[in-house]
Design a protein around this ligand. Structure first.
Ligand SMILES: Nc1ncnc2c1ncn2[C@@H]1O[C@H](COP(=O)(O)OP(=O)(O)O)[C@@H](O)[C@H]1O
Ligand SMILES: [Mg+2]
Length: 319
């Protein structure tokens, strides 16, 4: 088997809190996770879960309290390793009065290349992120979606094997999200590994080979989006019409919602046939029966609701 793209080994981060900064709070607790080469991996969790902290640890912007990680087999302490990763921060900030072409040219100067080489590479990059026609417009005139694409262009400037994107789709409208999704899919086709954090679950569901769910600094589960959802009990949704003057069967009446002449009822999968028997007796006309697949969103909401203060969140005093 090939070396995993990312191996996270017990990463833990405590931040100092309080005015005197003497107490520490654990924001990431013993996270272990493996991302395979060539995967699109979604890192999901509500605000404050520890997603940005994890990405900053991987990029070497901050240092772990304990634990470590390897990217393509090399430790995050290895400065040279960082050449292989591209990073899009959560809220990238760019100087407003530069154009996208000027900005990328500025970043490109950090690695050795001739002006001509750079020009060609940047034109190609702008094309890839769909900014070719806006390349010479100042960034202050860009929409949020366009800025996010400049951020992605910056992250892939040196053609990294592994991309770490922090909330690449947040704050974008559906069109912007779609564009970012397309870029991510395109990068995977070229054999890159993409690890991105998000709290927009539908994007993760559509895009990811696997997802990990983080809440309160702790890993809650890892799997294909479908796997995580299939753990849930399914229900069935029945839409029907009753003949004029016919009442809803009493056994179902409590759960029926009426929409004009139509009725809708949700029953557990195990009670489907019993419900259908009732409806037949009432001479109901069935309009549709569909399984209610819980979405990742449902799963997520439940996790967040269940989240109680955990022992790891307790503050400890440092002597
Ligand atoms: N520099 C910091 N100092 C103190 N606490 C921090 C710092 N950065 C993040 N935190 C805390 O760590 C927790 C996780 O934050 P973060 O990693 O930004 O979560 P997410 O990206 O999932 O929203 C939060 O409770 C946040 O307040
Ligand atoms: Mg964040």
């Amino acid at each position: 088997m090939s070396t995993p793209a990312i191996e996270i080994l017990g990463l833990t981060k405590d931040y100092p809190v309080g005015f005197w900064r003497k107490r520490m709070r654990r924001s990431l607790d013993d996270l272990s996770l493996t991302v395979e080469d060539g995967e699109i991996f979604g890192f999901l969790g509500p605000n404050g879960a520890g997603k940005t902290t994890t990405l900053k640890l991987l990029t070497g912007l901050i240092f772990p309290t304990c634990g470590t990680a390897r990217i393509r087999g090399r430790s995050i302490d290895d400065i040279d390793m960082h050449r292989q990763i591209g990073y899009l921060p959560e809220q990238p900030y760019f100087y407003d009065y530069l154009t996208a072409r000027e900005l990328l040219d500025y970043y490109a100067r950090f690695s050795p290349s001739s002006a001509i080489e750079r020009r060609g590479r940047i034109a190609h990059l702008l094309e890839r992120v769909g900014l070719a026609s806006a390349a010479d417009v100042q960034l202050r005139k860009y929409s949020k979606g366009m800025l996010q694409r400049v951020g992605i262009a910056q992250a892939i400037l040196d053609d990294p094997q592994v991309l770490l994107l922090d909330e690449p789709m947040s704050g974008l409208d559906p069109v912007g999200r779609r564009e970012v999704r397309d870029i991510i899919v395109e990068l995977r086709k070229q054999g890159r590994t993409i690890f991105f954090s998000t709290h927009i679950l539908s994007d993760a569901e559509m895009l990811c080979d696997r997802v990990a769910i983080l809440a309160g600094g702790k890993l809650q589960g890892v799997g294909a989006p479908g796997e995580i959802m299939s753990l849930e009990v399914h229900a069935m949704d029945i839409l029907f019409e009753l003949p004029a003057g016919q009442d809803v069967p009493p056994a179902l009446s409590e759960n029926v919602t009426k929409i004009g002449a139509r009725c809708r009822v949700e029953v557990p999968e195990s009670e489907l046939y019993a419900a259908l028997d009732q409806l037949r007796r009432s001479q109901a006309r069935l309009l549709s029966i569909s399984p209610i697949r819980p979405t990742l969103e449902d799963y997520f909401l439940r996790l967040v609701q269940d989240e109680k203060p955990r022992p790891n969140q307790a503050e400890v005093t440092v002597r």
